[in-house]
Design a protein. Structure first.
Length: 81
């Protein structure tokens, strides 16, 4: 989080950080935090605002899609041979 904030200060642009947390029951969740930097007229940063969004299911769906795509390519290759 700190590195993303420092990078957004340097670029003066919004940043998005994605990270994993472990819940007390042991489940792993993936969170995404987009942040926007607010500047004063003299180009001094005055505030950073953002939200936190649970993207666990979307990340799992992407991982499953990649796995299935890889499996499909392997099966097609085997069929050609």
């Amino acid at each position: 989080m700190d590195a993303a904030l420092v990078a957004s200060l340097g670029k003066r642009s919004p940043s998005t950080v994605e990270y994993r947390i472990v819940m007390p029951d042991g489940r792993v969740k993936v969170l995404e935090e987009p942040g926007k930097l607010f500047m004063m007229k003299k180009e001094k940063p005055i505030r950073v605002a953002g939200t936190c969004r649970d993207v666990t299911e979307a990340v799992r769906a992407e991982e499953e899609l990649r796995r299935l795509s890889g499996q499909l390519l392997r099966l097609q290759d085997e069929e050609r041979r």
